[in-house]
Design a protein around this ligand. Structure first.
Ligand code: 5AD
Ligand code: SF4
Length: 487
């Protein structure tokens, strides 16, 4: 730890000169908004349907926290809900189509129960075309709000219940980072913590910079305070969230992501620290060394590559080459030997030839990722890539996706097979969601492990011998717990 900054040193090192001031970040008083509205949800139920990434999942926890403060209680059955909210994703078209399908199916329910409030928020709500479509085609939606003004939820519900018209209130720019919003975290063992919002990268296919705005970082002391609070509540694993976590702090000019990891690593009671998502651009040697040195930072990096071909990478505006990416992977593996690497890949980007796709396949073979999220390119209105005209046919796109999945599945399986008979350290999450007779946990490398054991192990770190590796999970058996068995 000696070459890493301790939290105390860091706070001193910042000094007042560097400390971001409240002038730069005007504050929004959520508590006042909530107080004005009061407990108008008393005796009522809410149902939130969430699409997309972990940022959205966490936004849902925040909105659930607000709703419960208003007196609402949660229900899994939307038929008995008084407020139904769609927290949406705009990254690909099919997710958007699904949301409109579901909103369409809710029309009869809304006709039968005019008191029901229907809401749409999240990334889709930021799109002008979506706002117009809702107003024109789905007028039974009561309220639409965006990613930058979700703190207004209480007052927007209040307005919506007294209005015949759809209330559309979407800020097109982000305001201040708002602290102290309530959050309803379910599990009690693993928690997400936002560290940064927005993205400045403008990859040509991606809508996120338009729906989530420019990069804004939370202050290090606010993140540390939240993690300490979670530790006090018994949470064991923290996932630091941002669109580009390794850009954390660039806007604050006082500290960087490595400093934040080192600071969170000092918090007692937290067993594991994860982070997502990283960008190959700006993944510094200091950061690699910090991950290697901080014993609580888990050995898993999600490092989206998107393509293995330089021409496509350039047209995607990714800011790195295939060679740079491979070199980065080499440096990461040299410093963190057992690291697990996962990635995101898009196939069928406009103009992608068979040879260029083969470069991606070959990169996947060379890196041997533990897993990959694979996508067919989906044109998003307003993004620069929609101007590229040489589209890849749908048949070709599907064929490439399948070939990529086949290669990746084989590699994931081979990597997992090598774990047979190994004893691994597992943080127990509780019963498996698919089979309540077994427990589910994760390795430090983020692999799901299923094994038999008693429920009181939830929240503990145990040793498990892998007996039956599969492509996406590992089955194992509990090893009698003795000191010194961990690998
Ligand atoms: N089409 C397909 N995939 C996309 N992604 C982002 N935008 C698009 C798009 N327009 C993928 C990228 C990103 C992941 C979250 O979603 O791979 O890393
Ligand atoms: Fe989208 Fe690129 Fe930003 Fe990721 S880095 S959120 S892919 S623009």
């Amino acid at each position: 730890m000696s070459d890493l900054l301790q939290l105390e040193d860091l706070t001193q090192a910042q000094g007042d000169m560097h400390r971001p001031t409240l002038v730069e970040r005007e504050s929004i008083d959520y508590k006042a908004i909530a107080k004005n509205v009061g407990r108008i949800g008393e005796g009522k139920k809410y149902h939130i349907k969430t699409y997309g990434c972990q940022m959205n999942e966490h936004d849902t926890e925040i909105m659930a926290g607000m709703l419960e403060e208003m007196g609402y209680t949660a229900t899994n059955d939307h038929h008995e809900a008084d407020f139904i909210l769609f927290n949406t994703c705009a990254v690909r078209e099919n997710a958007e189509d699904k949301v409109f399908g579901e909103i369409g199916r809710l029309k009869p329910l809304k006709n039968r129960n005019p008191q029901l409030i229907l809401g749409l928020c999240g990334c889709m709500a930021q799109e002008k075309v979506v706002q117009e479509l809702v107003a024109k085609t789905y007028p039974w939606v009561d309220v639409v709000f965006g990613t930058h003004n979700l703190h207004q939820l209480p007052e927007l519900i209040d307005k919506a219940r007294n209005s015949q018209e759809t209330i559309i209130e979407v800020w097109d720019k982000a305001g201040a980072v708002i602290e102290n919003l309530p959050k309803l975290r379910k599990e009690g063992i693993r928690a997400w913590v936002n560290i940064q919002y927005g993205c400045n990268k403008f990859c040509t296919y991606c809508i996120v910079p338009y729906t989530r705005g420019r990069e804004r970082s939370r202050l290090l002391e606010d993140v540390v305070a939240e993690v300490k609070e979670l530790a006090g509540l018994g949470f064991k694993e923290i996932t630091l969230l941002g669109q580009n976590v390794n850009d954390y702090g660039i806007d604050l000019k006082a500290y960087d992501f490595a400093d934040l990891l080192a600071a969170v690593n000092e918090i007692e009671e937290i067993e594991r620290i994860r982070f997502t998502t990283s960008n190959p651009w700006n993944f510094t040697d200091k950061l690699i060394q910090t991950i290697a040195n901080c014993e609580k930072v888990a050995e898993h990096i999600h490092l989206p590559v998107q393509s293995g071909n330089n021409t496509i990478l350039r047209r995607m505006n990714r800011g790195y080459t295939r060679e740079f990416y491979l070199d980065l992977v080499g440096r990461i593996r040299a410093a963190i030997p057992d690291v697990s690497l996962t990635t995101d890949i898009i196939v069928g980007f406009p103009g992608e030839t068979e040879e260029q796709f083969l470069d991606t396949l070959q990169l996947v073979e060379e890196v041997r990722f533990d897993g990959a999220y694979t996508f067919i390119y989906s044109p998003r209105a307003g993004t620069p890539a929609t101007r590229f005209k040489e589209l890849v046919s749908e048949t070709e796109q599907k064929d490439r996706l399948q070939r990529l999945i086949d290669v990746q599945n084989r590699i994931s399986r081979e990597i997992n097979d090598e774990m047979k008979n190994q004893i691994v350290e597992v943080l127990v999450e509780g019963e498996s969601k698919t089979n309540p007779d077994v427990l589910q946990g994760r390795t430090r490398t983020n692999k799901i492990v299923l094994f038999s054991g008693t429920r009181d192990l939830a929240g503990q770190i145990v040793q498990v011998r892998i007996t039956e590796p599969q492509t996406w999970l590992l089955k194992g058996e509990l090893v009698p717990q003795r000191a010194g068995l961990a690998v």
